[in-house]
Design a protein around this ligand. Structure first.
Ligand SMILES: [Mg+2]
Length: 269
């Protein structure tokens, strides 16, 4: 596939210029939704669900959520949509809209969950979230505990006979099975319809999105970064969640216009 010639200043605009050649992969927290003090406290802005539906439809179904959340959690946020989605950093996968969620890795062993629950007592405000194939320790409300948490979690991961890696995110540390990432999910989805034959564009804001950025670029696609706690405005393509939203709205408008024009020319042609 030929690489797209786009300048660094308007890579997001390249997708708007010709939506038909792109497949969209998008993160949730810090990308579609503003970051909240706890994962359950996020709010879904009015109009976002119909906008996602319009974008998915316009792209011929070639759009997927890639998140560190469980797929069921994404479904709860974007109900009634059940989008193509990868959850818990590539360990959960729903390859078809409304289809079953495949769990690709073994669940985190109870001994590891117990050990993670024990270290929550390092400071008040630490939240341990069990996610099936992963366990996340959120320290947004206990930022000073970060270093202690990281060394404790590294020791737990090293002592476990189950092959785990420690991932860092926005005020969160997660233990997840080795060999899975948003990048593995993007690569798997991109090889099958309706993604196959389109160039992947990954939109994300965090270190967990880096593997998907690389995967998209390896396949001749684009990585679009959202400014926040990980990327600054100087290097990012979007200066925040509101800019991603405006871009999705422009994308939906553009595709609706193309659809209307094609309908008109097929009637007159
Ligand atoms: Mg994110």
């Amino acid at each position: 596939m030929q690489r797209v010639d786009v300048s660094a200043v308007n890579r997001a605009g390249a997708v708007l210029a010709d939506p038909d050649q792109w497949a969209l992969f998008v993160d949730i927290d810090g990308t579609l939704l503003g970051v909240a003090p706890t994962p359950d406290a996020v709010t879904v802005p009015a109009g976002l669900v119909p906008l996602l539906e319009a974008v998915v439809r316009g792209l011929g179904g070639a759009a997927a959520i890639l998140t560190g959340r469980r797929v069921a959690d994404a479904d709860r946020l974007f109900a009634p949509l059940e989008l193509i989605a990868s959850g818990v950093h590539g360990t959960e996968l729903r390859a078809d809209r409304g289809g079953a969620v495949a769990v690709l890795a073994k669940p985190i062993p109870p001994s590891v969950i117990q050990a993670m629950n024990n270290i929550a007592s390092i400071a008040s405000g630490i939240l341990v979230e069990q996610k099936g194939c992963g366990v996340a320790v959120h320290y947004r409300n206990a930022p000073l505990a970060r270093q202690a948490l990281e060394s404790e979690m590294a020791a737990i991961v090293a002592a476990s006979s189950y092959e785990l890696v420690l991932r860092q995110g926005r005020k969160v540390l997660e233990a997840v099975p080795r060999g899975y990432s948003k990048g593995t999910a993007l690569t798997a989805l991109a090889s099958r319809p309706p993604f196959k034959g389109r160039r992947p564009v990954m939109v994300g804001d965090d270190v967990g999105d880096e593997s998907a950025f690389l995967a998209a670029e390896r396949l001749g696609g684009l990585a679009l970064r959202v400014a926040g706690e990980h990327f600054d405005c100087g290097t990012a393509d979007f200066d925040g969640v509101h800019s991603v939203r405006a871009w999705l709205e422009a994308l939906a408008r553009r595709m609706a216009m193309q659809y209307a024009t094609r309908g008109q020319s097929s009637r007159t042609g």
